[in-house]
Design a protein. Structure first.
Length: 201
């Protein structure tokens, strides 16, 4: 197997940096509920898709394609909303949350086995499978305004950090650290709004 040339390495690093910057800009726009977040996310996702494919992260490729379709749909539905007035934050019972987590782990390992034995993904298929399944779970909980979505997203950030670090995708690994911090901030903000709403007469 030939070693990548200096030009190939520099190209990959450049693409990774652009994707990370666009993802961070999209995150800032998401905080403001601005439609520009969707455009930045689409461009960042296409760049990420190329990097994931070249690193044989087929689960992440599938997840990225699903996210691209969601971003395209979001362009037509994105509206500025007020969290306190237009959305009621809900919380899951511990039993239901535990059942979701256990089911997610089982499905993730089955998907990882499928990636390894039928798709031929040799690199960290377990982490890739966990990333795909729990990202989908977190997205579902986020759309349904469940407080616990931030906990799942924080777990996804940890999974992705180790996955990208082991593949020497350091820009993406650093981005997961930023995402992890913002996930904690998002959980604090939603939890505060949730208890404020629940104590209203």
């Amino acid at each position: 197997m030939e070693s990548p040339s200096l030009f190939q390495l520099s190209s990959v690093i450049c693409i990774e940096c652009i994707s990370v910057i666009l993802s961070f800009i999209a995150l800032l726009y998401d905080i403001k509920c601005a439609i520009y977040a969707r455009f930045c996310s689409i461009f960042a996702s296409f760049l990420s898709l190329y990097l994931f494919y070249t690193n044989e992260l087929y689960g992440s490729c599938l997840l990225t394609m699903l996210m691209i379709s969601m971003h395209v749909y979001g362009i037509y539905t994105c509206k500025t909303t007020n969290l306190d007035k237009k959305h009621v934050i809900k919380s899951l019972s511990r039993q239901f949350l535990c059942s979701i987590v256990v089911s997610g782990i089982v499905v993730a390992y089955l998907f990882s086995w499928f990636l390894a034995h039928y798709i031929g993904q040799k690199k960290i298929s377990t982490l890739d499978g966990l990333n795909l399944i729990f990202s989908l779970i977190a997205t579902w909980l986020l759309v349904d305004k469940k407080l616990e979505n931030w906990v799942i997203w924080f777990s996804v950030s940890i999974i992705c950090f180790f996955m990208h670090y082991r593949l020497r995708m350091y820009g993406f690994a650093l981005l997961q650290v930023v995402y992890g911090i913002l996930n904690l901030w998002g959980h604090y903000t939603w939890r505060k709004a949730y208890y404020k709403k629940s104590h209203e007469p």
